[in-house]
Design a protein around this ligand. Sequence first.
Ligand SMILES: [Zn+2]
Length: 230
Amino acid sequence: MTERILAVVAHPDDEVLGVGGTLARYASAQIPVNVIILGEGATSRDTGVGGNVHRSSVPLLVDAAKKAANILGYLPPHHAHLPDNKLDTLPLLDIIRHIEPIIDKFKPTRVYTHHGGDLNIDHRITHEAVVTACRPIPKSIIRGLYAFETLSSTEWRPASTAIPFSPNRFVDVTPQLDQKIRALNCYAEEIAPFPHARSIQAVTALAHLRGASVGLEAAEAFSVIREIES
Ligand SMILES: [Zn+2]
């Protein structure tokens, strides 16, 4: 089966934080990669972070996403431009309408999206929308559906209020870690100084921790939502 990879994320930079190394790995193997960014990501996200984080304008973020895609090796993402941190104010069906036509046209075999227990509401809604859009109906060719972690959201949700992220699939991104960091640097305004969770050092440390968990130098970790072998 020829693989085709789709990542659906809530905000510009989530695609790099969560699955950027893995996307670069697919792209380097000439496997088609497509990314959908649902939200604008420019207004109220992650309030309380402080510093110069999250003040980029929408055009700047679209440009950053394009540059990051170029570094990671896939075409510029689709932007749905939905309102930031307000996906819960939209009917789920309206969000799914931005995902399903691309699934119908692109026909991905594996789909990556947010963990459903993140602190950020847009991440949780994106998870719901993607799981719904990828429901396993007859003739669906989606063979794998995976959730990624997003630093400063996945680990910030109290375990008492959501299912903690518990990875059971690891992708070796040792050769792609440098690309991931360079792609992340395209979103300069979204990155905070260490020891903020959304810092270059923290992203690098997580990659090494996930790698060392399974005997690799660097990895991205996922939880398998569903895999189908047919
Ligand atoms: Zn996000």
